[in-house]
Design a protein around this ligand. Structure first.
Ligand SMILES: C[S@@+](CC[C@H](N)C(=O)[O-])C[C@H]1O[C@@H](n2cnc3c(N)ncnc32)[C@H](O)[C@@H]1O
Length: 120
């Protein structure tokens, strides 16, 4: 059993026995504790899988190319190329002869109602 689960169980048992938390079913304190435990789990996950961060997207593209693609051919499709900044970057990064690059754009800009998340 992972350390995070053991700790969580111990704290949960202590909370139930010593603090009488059973009476707080679905109360605010119980929800707060659940959030704390979820955060502990997330921290363990983050520690086990360190996530790199980048100064800019060009640096991220280089990382993806060097770490995951190496000398592989790719089919690259970009929907919304605008002036072609990203697709040009990828063309310089992935030189495989069999790679194919396709850029699409409506050239109408982003829809007014676009909020950056989910459906329009
Ligand atoms: C933020 S720009 C993209 C920048 C580009 N990806 C880059 O890395 O430089 C968004 C582009 O998506 C295009 N676009 C928005 N909705 C689209 C759609 N439904 N179909 C095709 N292109 C679309 C816009 O015309 C605009 O040029």
């Amino acid at each position: 059993m992972p350390a995070s689960t053991r700790i969580r169980r111990k704290v949960a048992n202590f909370s139930l026995k010593a603090c009488g938390l059973r009476k707080l079913r679905n109360g605010r304190l119980q929800r707060f504790l659940r959030t704390v435990f979820d955060e502990i789990d997330l921290q363990h996950l983050r520690d086990a899988n360190p996530c790199p961060s980048f100064r800019d997207r060009a640096e991220m593209y280089r990382y993806v190319q060097n770490t995951y693609l190496d000398r592989e051919a790719v089919d690259y499709l970009e929907f919304g190329v605008f002036k072609g900044e990203s697709i040009r970057e990828w063309l310089t990064l992935n030189k495989h002869k069999a790679s194919r690059f396709f850029g699409f754009d409506s050239f109408d800009g982003l829809p007014e109602s676009w909020t950056g998340q989910g459906a329009l």
